[in-house]
Design a protein around this ligand. Structure first.
Ligand SMILES: [Zn+2]
Ligand SMILES: [Zn+2]
Length: 264
């Protein structure tokens, strides 16, 4: 019985599925619970997308669903918060009056440019783009206190020439980020969406997962990053095997920001 801790709904600008549309498929797939993690990306560098959230409406809908399905599925409130170095102060005020079960910290930009549309590579080599991405990532992991787990660390591999990302080339950056995550008492996620983007692995790839474990990392959530009910819990049985192979004994769920460990 597992939990999917990365699910998008019509509260995300890149998704049009209602929250309730996920409930039955989640139960049918044998999930014990799901955590909705819609996007908030403050100052996202593409005016066509608004990654903002009506907090009151969002929480109200989650609360209603919690009551309606309380004996069938545990429903948790989360967000995927887009971190950028220059919004550090905004972040502090944003979370003052809000409470979530779980906050995923994500990097969807590099040097204030979008990853998704490849803008971050304007006038620079892929290598430089990747370095800029990791510089932002390390700054944010070090300075943002708001999030529980860091999401898809190596998602940058989706936005450069297919199959060309070599984690070993950037391992110093990755290790630095992971060490901070651990020191801060935070965690990472195993995001199974990598395959859907045509990659041969989940995020992060096994070598990074193994490194995280070897450094002492224990906190890890499982998330499909679904934007559609058909991909809920995508690849979870394989993900479980990967975690066991990397030396993890538990995966993590969060309630009111507190981790709870569940045996794999
Ligand atoms: Zn993301
Ligand atoms: Zn996501």
């Amino acid at each position: 019985m597992m939990f999917d801790f990365h699910v998008h709904t019509y509260y995300s600008d890149d998704c049009n599925v209602s929250m309730e549309n996920y409930i039955l498929p989640a139960i049918e797939k044998g999930l014990k619970g799901i955590c909705f993690t819609d996007h908030i990306d403050i100052e996202y560098p593409n005016d066509d997308v608004k990654f903002q959230l009506d907090y009151t409406k969002y929480m109200k809908e989650i609360k209603n669903l919690k009551v309606k399905y309380k004996d069938k599925l545990e429903i948790l409130s989360g967000i995927e918060f887009g971190m950028q170095p220059h919004i550090l102060e905004t972040d502090k005020s944003f979370f003052q009056d809000k409470q979530f079960d779980y906050i995923l910290g994500s990097i969807h930009t590099a040097s204030k440019k979008e990853l998704y549309d490849g803008d971050f590579l304007q006038n620079k080599s892929e290598h430089q783009g990747i370095i800029d991405y990791f510089d932002d990532l390390i700054f944010c992991v070090k300075n943002f206190k708001c999030f529980n787990n860091l999401s898809h660390i190596d998602a940058i591999s989706r936005y450069i020439s297919k199959g060309s990302f070599e984690a070993s080339k950037y391992i110093d950056y990755i290790e630095k980020a992971l060490r901070i995550v651990i020191q801060e008492g935070k965690g990472i996620e195993l995001n199974t969406s990598g395959r859907r983007y045509g990659l041969s692995f989940f995020h992060p790839e096994p070598s990074i997962l193994k490194l995280y474990r070897d450094l002492g990392g224990e906190v890890i959530t499982l998330g499909s990053d679904s934007h559609n009910p058909s991909t809920l819990a995508y690849g979870f049985s394989e993900a479980k095997d990967i975690l066991l192979n990397c030396g993890f004994k538990y995966y993590t769920v969060f309630r009111s920001g507190k981790p709870e460990f569940i045996k794999l």
